[in-house]
Every structure is written in C-alpha cells, then in structure tokens.
Design a protein around this ligand. Structure first.
Ligand code: ATP
Ligand code: MG
Length: 335
C-alpha cells in the first residue's frame, strides 16, 4: 500500500512551568494515501501535539521534537529546515482548526483571504484567482459565491466560517489535510454537513485526511482506521469496523461504552470511564491507563506494555489475551 505518512517513535516535549514533559511519547503510525485516519482520545491525550508536530508548529510554542521520524512521501519532515517547512505547510499539507473565527483575519473579506491563499501557491493573475475563489466557495457548499466573497468573517455563521477555512486549506490542493476537531464548535446539523463535505472532497480529490476528534462517533463515520491515544501514548490502532466489533484495549472499550447508542434502550445511563487523564508531570509508572483500568494488575502498574501487532491491528495491553478470552466466554453464554 502506498503510504503518504509514516511516523516512527515520535517524541515531542515541552519545557513548561512544571518542568520538561513529553506530550507525545513514542508514537508510531502510518497513513495510506487516500485514506482517512482518526485520532481519538480524551482532552490532553496528545492529539493536537501530534498534528502540530507533523506541521512542525510545536517549535513556535516552546515545544520540541526530541526523537523520531515523520516521513511525508518518504521525506523526513523532522529534519527539514524552517524554510523548507514553510513551503510544505499550507501547500502540500494543510491544517484546519477548531475555531474558524480566530484563524480568519477579521479585517479582510473572505474573498481577499481565499485569493491570497490561491495567489500564494499559483503564478496566476488576480482576476483568475477571484474566479478560482468563487469555484472554491461553490466547492465547499456555500451559495451565492460572489456575495460571500465580499463578506467579512463576522458576517458569517460558524458553519460558514468553517467552510471558508476549508476552502482556504484546499486552495493549494494539498495531498494531506489535517483537521483538528473541525466541528467541535458547531451544532450537530452543521457538523454532519461539514463531515459530509470532507468525505466528498476526499472522494473527489483522493486527498488523505488525518482527523482529530474526541468523539468516537465522528471517527466511526469518517475513518478507515482509528488511533486511540491516551496521555501521550497510542493504546490501540485498528480498522474502524474491527474496533467497533471488538475493542482490544480496555481504554478503547471504555470510550465505546460511553457512546450513546441509537439502537440502545432509552434511559440507560452512559457509562463513562471513571477518573481522569493524568497530568503530564504526574504520569504513572507502568501503563498510563492503569490507575483507571478495571483489569489492571501489579505488572500494569510497573511496566508500560509495548504497542504490539494483532493481525492488522496494534494494541498496548498486557491482558489482551485474557480480555479476548473473557469476551468470547461471555458471548458463548449469551448465545
Ligand atoms: P484536546 O482534546 O483538549 O484538544 P489534545 O489531545 O489535543 O486535547 P494536546 O493539546 O495535544 O491534547 O496536549 C497534550 C498535552 O501537552 C497536554 O497535557 C498539554 O498540557 C501539553 N501541552 C500542549 N501544548 C503545550 C505547550 N505549548 N506548553 C506546554 N504544554 C503543552
Ligand atoms: Mg487538541
């Protein structure tokens, strides 16, 4: 399979008030060209830092990539100069963020911002850039492009602004789009529309997508493959269907159990995972999830399990065999 992204043993650390902390600690995964991969995990698990490391934006906020390689089309981004990264960022790899109002410039019209993005990447005239901007506006599903282009960001709704951000991100026809919680600030109807837009763009442009979300339901709809992250480490990587059929890691299971099911009985309370994610300067020895894990044993508290292959999947848990056995026993009993 053709891989657009191969990340191996990425370690990204911050020098903060509380000392030196690893926000991403030994993360490895691949993304196949044309696929969508989702990174899922609770707040503080290192999802954004992973994305900001790929974009090499961590160094602008006192972070540093300490170890590992980030191969994009076979070239290690971790070794690129700032100048080289400037050329890749926003052109071959684009990123969209959660809050489109802060990312858009309030003093310029939508048209100016989209055409600038286009002119930055293509040696064309202004007129042609405006024509393309209209096309982009149409592509992201906004009506009346001419009128839209004349508006300022504050004149648009949140959903419209996010579409404008997507238009800007797509202006360079990136091979990889990184979307960090692009729909969190939007209501559910608009969220569904934006996700559908991303799906159709991916189909039409064979774009690879890395989508970050804390919502495993969103991941279920969007992803070919899902990465479950917790406190800077990957706990499980699975094809989407496999994960939902049978999560291998207790944390994955906890996340799945906390999702309200459409087919479930009404009034049944959601199970949420007890406890909270550790602060980075207080990560436990051993498995980082062990203080919250119902299956944890002494070994779990002492030694972090490596991320190991199980067929096409990967999981980091000392008790995966036992959990699978329990699962099949209880399924046998059920039927
Ligand atoms: P959320 O769902 O809330 O966006 P996340 O999974 O994206 O969470 P990250 O933003 O990647 O989490 O943060 C991971 C850890 O890295 C956090 O504990 C955070 O405190 C730390 N961190 C992130 N940015 C910085 C920074 N600029 N300086 C110091 N620590 C940071
Ligand atoms: Mg984040």
């Amino acid at each position: 399979m053709d891989k657009i992204l191969e990340i191996d043993n990425l370690v990204t650390a911050y020098q903060g008030k509380e000392g030196f902390v690893k926000a991403v600690d030994g993360v490895s995964f691949d993304l196949n060209r044309g696929d969508t991969i989702c990174i899922v995990g609770e707040s503080g698990s290192g999802k954004s830092v992973t994305a900001m490391s790929i974009m090499r934006l961590v160094e602008f906020e006192n972070g540093k990539i300490r170890e590992g390689t980030i191969k994009f089309n076979g070239e290690d981004l971790a070794k690129k100069s700032n100048e080289e990264m400037r050329k890749i960022r926003g052109s071959r790899i684009s990123m969209i963020f959660q809050e489109p109002l802060t990312a858009l410039n309030p003093v310029f019209t939508v048209g100016k911002q989209i055409t600038e993005a286009i002119l930055f990447h293509y040696p064309i005239g202004k007129k042609e850039a405006w024509r393309r901007a209209e096309e982009m506006i149409r592509l992201v599903g906004l009506s009346d492009p001419k009128a839209r282009l004349k508006q300022y960001p504050h004149e648009l709704s949140g959903g419209m602004r996010q579409r404008v951000m997507i238009a800007i991100a797509l202006a360079s026809e990136p091979e990889l789009l990184i979307a960090d919680e692009p729909t969190t600030a939007l209501d559910v109807t608009i969220e569904a529309q934006i996700l559908e837009l991303l799906r159709s763009l991916r189909r039409e442009r064979n774009m690879s997508i890395m989508l970050i979300t804390h919502d495993i339901g969103v991941a279920a709809e969007m992803a070919d493959r899902i990465i479950i992250m917790y406190a800077g480490k990957i706990m499980e990587i699975s094809d989407t269907q496999d994960l939902f059929d049978q999560p291998l890691h207790p944390y994955s299971k906890g996340l799945l159990d906390s999702v309200p099911r459409m087919d479930g009985e009404r009034g049944v309370p959601l199970n949420s995972i007890e406890g909270s994610i550790p602060r980075l300067n207080e990560v436990p020895d051993g498995c980082r999830f062990s203080p919250r894990c119902p299956f944890a044993t002494e070994k779990c508290h002492e030694e972090m399990p490596p991320l190991e292959f199980r067929g096409t999947r990967q999981v980091a848990c000392w008790h995966v065999d036992q959990l699978l056995e329990n699962d099949s026993l209880s399924n046998d009993r059920k039927g």
